[in-house]
Design a protein around this ligand. Structure first.
Ligand SMILES: Nc1ncnc2c1ncn2[C@@H]1O[C@H](COP(=O)(O)OP(=O)(O)OP(=O)(O)O)[C@@H](O)[C@H]1O
Length: 238
């Protein structure tokens, strides 16, 4: 089974924790003193105006950036102390759907989805998992096509398949429904909800408040708004 068991160690262990974190690209802090805890199996939406720092915050959550100060703990480990190999191990447990999908256009969709496993020299596993994953995201007929030949919604579903091919414990998605219509958004969201019901922790950055409202209660999601460098939990008035 491609999705595997969620292996979050230690019952109830926080999977991703930001503790009093500050970050800025230059001299100006984008945020400071920011804290966040993602419990295993939780579902979070991260919202906020364009430029508020959502992508930056996500990148801190998957060790793509290092905090200027404060602690980032990934599966209980201090991200600042991880060497390159340890970062790679941690990142295998976090599947990321990037805002712009980041496909290699000279490869087919199937090859793009399988890439994390082929790069890790797990080619047989990639072959086994691909059929199941392509069916799960309803992209079987498009397997041999190149990324530019797919619609926006199809590309996002392919990006999700690639994000989960390593059976991660956490799935982070950056504006996954940014450029797709309502029906396609709902389809993608249904897949993310399915992953959450399998026990995966989900963190989605989005501007799309209507989309959040449409599923918030179903998945008992927490909605966090990033504003003025602070994270505020949105209330029922969202
Ligand atoms: N690599 C970078 N170098 C310098 N500044 C950056 C870099 N990446 C982002 N920024 C700046 O940091 C701020 C936050 O960017 P970020 O992409 O995290 O915001 P966002 O909330 O995800 O925006 P959007 O909703 O438009 O995607 C912006 O002002 C952006 O210009």
């Amino acid at each position: 089974m491609v999705f595997g068991n969620t292996t979050t160690a230690g019952k109830g262990q926080i999977v991703i924790e930001l503790d009093n974190v500050s970050y800025g690209y230059g001299r100006t802090a984008l945020f400071s003193g920011l804290s966040l805890k993602l419990a295993p199996g939780s579902f979070h939406f991260l919202t906020g105006a364009s430029g508020a720092g959502k992508t930056t915050l996500l990148r801190l959550c998957y060790a793509d950036l290092r905090a200027n100060s404060g602690k980032v703990r990934l599966f209980g480990q201090d991200a600042a102390t991880l060497n390159r190999d340890e970062v790679a191990i941690v990142r295998r447990r976090i599947g990321v759907v990037h805002q712009d999908c980041q496909f290699l256009d000279h490869l087919s969709i199937a090859e793009n989805i399988a890439l994390p496993l082929t790069v890790a020299d797990r080619i047989a596993e990639a072959r086994d998992n691909l059929t199941e994953l392509l069916a799960w995201v309803s992209l079987g007929p498009q397997a041999g096509q190149r990324p530019p030949e797919l619609s926006g919604g199809e590309r996002q579903r392919a990006a999700l398949a690639r994000a989960v091919i390593m059976s991660p414990d956490v799935v982070i998605a950056d504006e996954p429904t940014g450029n797709i219509d309502w029906d396609m958004s709902q389809r993608l969201l249904a897949l993310l909800i399915e992953l959450n019901r399998m026990g995966k922790t989900i963190l989605i950055a989005t501007h799309d408040l209507a989309m959040i409202r449409s599923v918030k209660a179903d998945v008992n999601a927490r909605v966090l708004r990033l504003t003025g460098g602070q994270l505020i939990q949105a209330g029922a008035d969202l």
